[in-house]
Design a binder for this molecule. Structure first.
Ligand code: ADP
Ligand code: MG
Length: 250
């Protein structure tokens, strides 16, 4: 008897996830498994718990109940070195928070050098490669003040990639951008997805979600109300809440 050699271990496994702030239960029992290389877009109305969910995936929030397991490591386990876990999970926010006194390259080099993951030379070489990958080969020496919003966000993505994560979380990475800069940032996400990165993307860009995701999750009021393929969720939503939301945003 031989066991299957195909690994079906989920990259992220969330079971009964509850998150409360005081009396306010924001996540009311989330169950989801995300496979290696899967691209999951999370959509839903403001205040539905999307950001909180994302932040629980790298324990930027303390989890009230349930479990979050990443690569077999239970993040709720008190013995887990959360800093070590976070090094494998890159996160990109709406606001890029680059260090203004540092060049693009210095911003990208910082974490690998500080955590002693790389020497300065390795971090520089890798940083130049990553800035090239996000289309900023000519901006390595520029400071944030001299970059557009779209360029800053691409530096922030390169900075997250510099730790060589195997999961990337995006929380409305394009929401603060002028419309003409949204496309260049989404293109970087598209390239990452095509390269096999496991991604959880909270987004208002419905066209992007429809085109790039393997799966779409619709959240409302702290629940996953509906999930499925982009064709299913966008083309033939089953739940009234989903139908109502899509009517408003599409
Ligand atoms: P979304 O990202 O879908 O807009 P959030 O996860 O940001 O939703 O917020 C969900 C709910 O949790 C909201 O009611 C919000 O007010 C509340 N919330 C989020 N962060 C905090 C916090 N740090 N303290 C208290 N309440 C919070
Ligand atoms: Mg949010």
């Amino acid at each position: 008897m031989s066991e299957s050699v195909t690994s079906t271990e989920p990259k992220i496994s969330v079971t009964g996830l509850v998150k409360s702030y005081g009396d306010n239960e924001v996540l009311k029992g989330i169950d989801v498994e995300i496979a290696p290389g899967e691209v999951v877009c999370v959509i839903g109305p403001s205040g539905s718990g999307k950001s909180t969910f994302l932040r629980c995936l790298n324990r930027l929030e303390d989890i009230t109940g349930g479990s979050v397991v990443v690569d077999g490591v239970d993040l709720t386990d008190k013995k887990v070195d959360i800093d070590e876990v976070r090094q494998h999970i890159g996160m990109v926010f709406q606001h890029f928070n680059l260090f203004p006194h540092m060049t693009a390259l210095e911003n990208v080099m910082l974490a690998p050098v500080q955590t002693k993951k790389s020497t300065k030379e390795e971090a520089r070489e890798n940083g130049i490669r990553l800035l090239g990958q996000v289309g900023l080969a000519d901006k390595t020496e520029a400071r944030p003040a001299n970059l557009s919003g779209g360029q800053k966000q691409r530096v922030a993505i390169a900075r997250a990639l510099a730790m060589n994560p195997d999961v990337m979380l995006f929380d409305e990475a394009t929401s603060a951008l002028d419309p003409e800069m949204v496309g260049e940032v989404l293109q970087v996400l598209r390239d990452l997805a095509a390269g096999g990165m496991t991604m959880v993307v909270v987004t208002h860009e419905m066209g992007f979600a429809r085109e790039v995701s393997d799966r779409v999750i619709f959240m409302a009021d702290g629940y996953i109300v509906e999930e499925g393929t982009p064709e299913g969720v966008f083309g033939n939503p089953q739940q009234p809440r989903t139908q109502d939301f899509l009517r408003k945003v599409l």
